[in-house]
Design a binder for this molecule. Sequence first.
Ligand code: FES
Length: 568
Amino acid sequence: MALRSRNWFGRKGKDGFIYRAWMKNQGIPDFEFDGKPIIGICNTWSELTPCNAHFRQLAESVKRGILEAGGFPVEFPVMSLGETLMKPTAMLYRNLASMDVEESIRANPIDGVVLLCGCDKTTPSLVMGACSVDIPTIVVSGGPMLTGKYKGKSIGTSDVWRFHDDVREGKLDESELRNIEASMCRSNGTCAVMGTASSMACMVEALGLSLPENAAIPAADSRRKVLAQLSGNRIVEMVREDVRLSDILTPKAFENAITVNAAIGGSTNFVIHLLAIAGRIGVSLDLEDFNRISANVPLIVNLQPSGKYFMEDLFYAGGLPAVLKELQNYLHVDCITVNGKTLGENFEGAENNDKDVIAEVINPFNNSTGLAILTGNLCENGAVIKPSAASDHLMKHKGKAVVFENIEDFKARIDSDELEVDKDSVLVLKNVGPKGYPGMPEVGNMGIPKKLLRQGVKDMVRISDGRMSGTAFGTVVLHVSPEAAVGGNFSVIQNGDVIILDIPNRSLTVDLSDEELNERKRKKEAQPLVADRGYVSLYVNNVQQAHLGADMDFLVGKSGDEVPRDSH
Ligand code: FES
């Protein structure tokens, strides 16, 4: 096949001279430009993204693999989104990072690309950007952290919410919390539970975008480097075979990813990211597809936050290949993957070594599926819940709304003894959606009011137009669309309105007539959107609603791999 990079390095005269000469200042001999596939290593290494801080070493393994296979590696940085440090929320920048990835690949002499990603938003942003170019691409995830250990107990990110409640109740003091910090994050890698990062790593493996085993090998395990090297080998072959993202990302591949996410109890954020990826590659996908495909998928992976184990345990139990093998009757096993084999061929030799971690389909560890889409007059365009992480007694619930107009309002009043709330109330948080916040932060798993915590209440129905961390749990309805900031029924919910949640029937309603809702909307003043300048202004004016994946309208689809004009 004709290499894209020959439009740079294969040129004669002044242009070819300029393209090659400045590369040679890195000490690169002439033969490296002699028709070898040029492989970009798109690296989200950053000390401000601690989950990806080991990526320099991982990139070295990828490079070794590329060189071995006869390609030439060129590593380049892109915007890295650190989930824990970025304010106001890393999600605000997912689309910006995806633009960086798309344009960095398109503008440069790259024939194939290896995406190094790990922390939550780094995976969807890189995959989205690469989809819009659609050259041969393989994903190498950074791998999860080792399981945290504290006083003989295994701990992970999902426990942070429990520790937080213990501090609020006075059961835990700050100095002990400091000790726990170090015990939980004791190695490189992403959160050790089935949070968003792990769900994204499972997503890319289920889609066929990575080599088998990519999802679960711990970051600290030497086999992670082996996988990186083998991925370097393989991307060179993919360029020679011209296997592109669009060859792998078929509608059936998306259905496989949805099935897997339901079976692993994956993050609710998976929904928003998969919709955005589908939009980039041109596959038609909507919220109803998630219900249709997930409905009968049993939850078989017993990991926090839906269960009790950790990613390290999943790896020892057989990793995602063993999960896929258990799920084979629910999957399109003929989907082609990056290694040229089908998904079915990839899990053929897998073994389930621990049925407490990976249950059999006929004996799932939780009968509730991992994901459900709700509809009703409270969420005209849908909302998302994770039934597997919800409480049994709240699966069908009717209660009066306690409304917080924004996150500041929530923080100011939630622990007040004056707050009129009881265990049957429904907490409602508005204006934390894509446009309203802006950026749709992970605040949907609102803390339980202190006075109810003291009464022993551990869960309540909570509803918002925001997201929650994939590591969180509870009966939490998220991604209400349309969000409060753009009108819609959710924007006019008031204290005391009766809300009815019916998870088995996938419904979320408020006991108000259409006339009443329309009257309230008519009286409501339009809300000005907060966007002073720069990227945030671009985002607020163009971001789509959650049910469409919260991508920017002008980024949906592809620019393709066309070589840009010369400027010399
Ligand atoms: Fe990076 Fe959890 S904060 S993966």
